[in-house]
Design a protein around this ligand. Structure first.
Ligand code: AMP
Length: 197
């Protein structure tokens, strides 16, 4: 199958987790991108699942774009072997650069950083500032509690039901990309413009 996406922005753990299944998923994800001629844009680290995907892709001549803030570059975490490395002044600048460099967002299992990035990506869609698919690979229900929290927020009136649909949920990598292909961007004015006008 051919996918129209070129570069995928990937958020995932700077740790590898306790189960080998997470490393396995990260390797399969890297293989999938290379096999389908897609590159990865990610946080530029060599640690955790981030490093696993990057290494998996680079060993097969895959294209890996790392975007890392200066603060983290100084530490022993930066991956020096990536195809392109961008060092930004701040975390905020890094997020902008990552967003400019890719055409879909994927979160794999991770921690606070991963959730921060995932929810920022969703917020950009919610405000119609961006129109990119955002998805998670919910391996063995890893994100079930996150999804349950969204239901609480809907029930209590803090999230519109349709905004939960902005998050594309798949149990496998293949399913996620099939759903991405079916993604139709909404043609809407950014909510922020509406507020300013
Ligand atoms: P976490 O989920 O807390 O492990 O954080 C991982 C996410 O935050 C990744 O998607 C990265 O973009 C970013 N991040 C956290 N730690 C690092 C690091 N040491 N080097 C590069 N990026 C990191």
């Amino acid at each position: 199958m051919h996918f129209n996406l070129k570069n995928i922005i990937v958020f995932c753990g700077s740790s590898i987790g306790f189960s080998k299944k997470y490393t396995q998923l990260a390797k399969e994800f890297g293989d999938f991108l290379v096999q389908h001629n897609m590159g990865m844009v990610y946080g530029g680290g060599k640690v955790g699942l981030m490093g696993v995907i990057a290494d998996q892709m680079l060993s097969q001549d895959g294209h890996v774009i790392g975007v890392i803030p200066k603060l983290l570059e100084k530490r022993e975490v930066v991956h020096r072997g990536v195809s392109e490395l961008y060092v930004t002044k701040t975390m905020a600048e890094r997020k902008i650069k990552m967003s400019e460099s890719g055409d879909a967002y994927v979160a794999l299992p991770g921690g606070l950083g991963t959730l921060d990035e995932l929810f920022e990506a969703l917020t950009l869609q919610q405000l119609h500032i961006e129109q990119k698919p955002v998805g998670i690979v919910n391996i063995d229900g890893y994100f079930d509690a996150t999804l349950a929290q969204l239901d609480v927020m809907i029930r209590e009136g803090f999230v519109k039901p349709e905004n939960k649909e902005l998050l594309i949920v798949a149990a496998t990598i293949e399913e996620l990309f099939e759903k991405f292909e079916a993604f139709k961007p909404l043609d809407k004015t950014p909510v922020t413009d509406k507020i300013v006008k």
